[in-house]
Design a protein. Sequence first.
Lengths: 311, 425, 298
Amino acid sequence: MAAVPAPAREGGGTRSGSAAVRRRHTLAAWMFALPFMVLFLVFMAGPVLASLTMSFTDLTSRDLRDPLAVNLVGLENYTKLLSDERFLRSAFNTAYFVVVGIPLTMGLALAVAVALNSGIDRFRTFFRVGFYTPVVTSIVAVAVVWRFLLQPDSGLLNTVLGWVGIDGPNWLQSTTWAMPSLIAMAAWRNLGTLMVIFLAGLQTIPRDLHEQAMVDGAGAWRRFRSITLPLLRPTLLFGAVLTGVGYLQFFEEPFVMTKGGPLDHTLSTAFFTYNQFGFGNYSYAAAASYLLFLAIVVLTLVQFRLLRSRT
Amino acid sequence: MTARRTIGAMLLVAALALAGCGRDEGGGDGAAEQSSAIAEGPATGEITVWAMGTEGELLPKLATEFQKENPDATVKVTAVPWDGAHDKIATAIAGRQTPDVSLIGTTWMGEFAGGGGLDPVPADLLNAGDFFEGPWNTVVVDGTPYGVPWYTETRVLYYRKDLAAKAGVQAPTTWDELKTFAKALQETGGATHGIYLQPADPGTWQTLAPFVWQAGGNMVNDPANPTEYTFDTEQWREALEFQKTFYDDKLSQATPLQPGEIESKFAKGDLGSFFSGPWHVGLVKDQGVTDDQLGLAVMPRDQTGTSFVGGGNLAVFKDAKNRDGAWKFVQWLSRPEVQQRWYDTSKDLPAAKAAWEGGTLASDPNLEVFSQQLQDAKAPPAVATWEQVASIVDGEAEKVFKGASSAADATKAIQSQAASIGLGN
Amino acid sequence: MAVDVRRGAPAPATTPAAAPAGAPAGPRRRRATWVYLVLAVGLVVMLAPFLWMVLGSFKPEAELQRVPPTWWPETPSLGNYRQLFDRLDFPRFFANSVLVAVAVTAGNLVFCSMVGYALAKLDFAGKRLLFGLVLAMLMVPGVVTFVPLFVLVSNLGLVNTYPGLILPFLVTPLGVFLMRQFISGLPDELIEAARIDGAGEWRIFSRVIVPLCGPALATLSILTFLSSWNNFLWPLVVAQSEDKYTLPVALALYSIGQNATRYGLLLAGSVVVILPVIALFVALQRYFVQGIATTGIK
């Protein structure tokens, strides 16, 4: 919030007063956090530690009844992964997906949110619900329609391209075009969630700031850049992290549309991991998951740096 | 400070826990597990059963008859979705929350048995010879049977009888005839493609495997007691090259078809023939294919006419609470007359040979083809790592069919990766 | 106190902006028309699969399997819906799904906003560690903790129980992160004013902060409800008997076979399954519209 002076939280007052205030805050804060901490320690921290430990062993599904009777192999799973051709391919695919997909989805969602917020006056609910439907539509229906769209000979896209004289490729079976097709599909699908989040964030921007700027003669785009974007930073950060976490683990699109093909060009790391779990290579899959985790951490740190609130 | 100390403490605890880890390398005397016989007399107590999909829905009907014969026993069937069933069973074994009996996919046996989650079949409970050889081999892991085949399926050639008649060809009986057959269906019969052979996507190996077996090859050296994978062989290369010619000659499309497309194109006459199991009879008829149009034939021969066999097995879990009752129920389900009644209820093909000797199973001409093919059908080896190796076969085969790799390179690649994965025992 | 300043034209009495807002009416309306047009096209693209799904639920199985797919049902029938309600013990599965989703959503609304408030507005020892833990948990791929979590839950004796279905999801890192981001954007002056008035922490939280969190709570409700409602793998594995199955599990059970899928039933089921989510979305619409009491600060 640009208008607010920063050190409001310290509580002000004398030195001794602020120490007491801090203590009071600490007690209150941990009380507030208590339910979360209990649930977190039991249901999240425990399994995470267990699976992390698992990634340093050679545990497979055949060892599940007697999980302690496994060998500790240190970083062997990790080094094996880094020389596994399929894993490296999946890492590249995932990076491709994320680098293109996140800006695309966020850009589109922001445009839609702004348009619904201030660009139009009527039918807002109708549009909002409409843009959110892909998020809740069954993946079966999504797959059928998108496949119909992307069919090589009779599909909608190639038919339309044919009208302007372009001979469209076999989208989902082409090693060049399969990934872009899936990125488009993912953007289409996840737009709704981001739109909802951005709409919530747009609500917190006071209308009179815009009005003031309009009085000063600022145009729509200028107002968007100087008022909306900066104030929307916390929301944008949240949206970016959410999308980043989700996209780094993208799975459903290749699983349903291409099964990772053609020739592993749409194999994502999450899909690779899913396969490994399916084969029973639990420790190997756990190691792959934690490598993915590292990637997510790095991306999130980058996003925090870029979109940090400058207050 | 406190944060660091807490993390330090957690790591210490973890380290201590790990110190107790270690695989018992010397353990396991290698001898086949013996299973004690079950008690005499009728079954008692509650028997919990998991069955997937339609089988789960329909089994309770059959179970009431079992309960009539065993009045002190109750059978509780829980239907489980196929989608996710493998995970559900694996986690149940991990958490020791298994039922007494479960339906288990034929390719899952190696993994679950290998982990010690399944109880070996008690001696003298059943006769291996009562079942078709292919299905029986899916329950034998490391020389011991860990389950009992329940229903089975095998792949045969579906073809448009009318288009074949138009083209003046008969169902193929050899590899060469398969090619000329597909060509004729296309050129004279009017189909866009004479045949469909799955070129990519998971499951590609199921189309390729019969060709390998027909050429005289196999995935392992000795299916009854496998010690190594055998992919780098002449037969594998022959099969890969044979299948590749269909794509090169444009007899089959080189991109995979979606579910629904096969029967749709077949009904329209765009697709002349394809290989599949018994469930496709209903699917093509739904699309309007009539009895005059539908032709079924056994696999063409090279050295043999072997086909792929799959289906479902019944297994009892190590952690079962009612072991005796469970095995008695399994035994009852394997009786020929019960298998016949099961066919009438569910249309699942029986795995017991004697069940085919009466009723619709003996008289229906379409079923005759399946019955014939079941005499010569194989399954992949019941080893724990098969699914992973199969996925490698899928990937390398796709490369060969698309021209991105040669058959020789592919088989070497499959063999080296399979060897490093091992058999999992 | 939350004045809705968004309805139509800006509130005429408050600012001298009334005049300029009225002036560029021509280009504004033209731009609005363009926006409507673009949005409408986008909407068609967005809604197509949903429409196909709804139309498809009225088609018989054979027509659904046809390629290329048809739009309008050639022989519309209620067969799929009849099958859905006859074969499945629908009320039971629906009730299970509702119970679990509502409990999870309620838990998240309460607990996530509590922790979110603490992280956003209170300065305390261990704050950075806590936030770091929350973010770290957010970033761990869910699939990796699945088996250990099940083993834990079964050791706690919670397999095949409602608590087993609910507890692991009762508070999510995502929810905490969302509330923290949103609350950190709220003005500190309101809290200061309340403190000066002598209000305790809980009072500040419940009387000052929560009422301002409408949009965030609405967003959190939808995200949490949706993810719990559609959750498939966990209920599949935790439920040992059919009476604990939730809708996605039941639907998969009856429509996905070993070798073939009953698409008619699957689509009909999918339509029925998303209706509550859409209803919730529409019901919470007005919270996205709720403005914030900025005038309270001046």
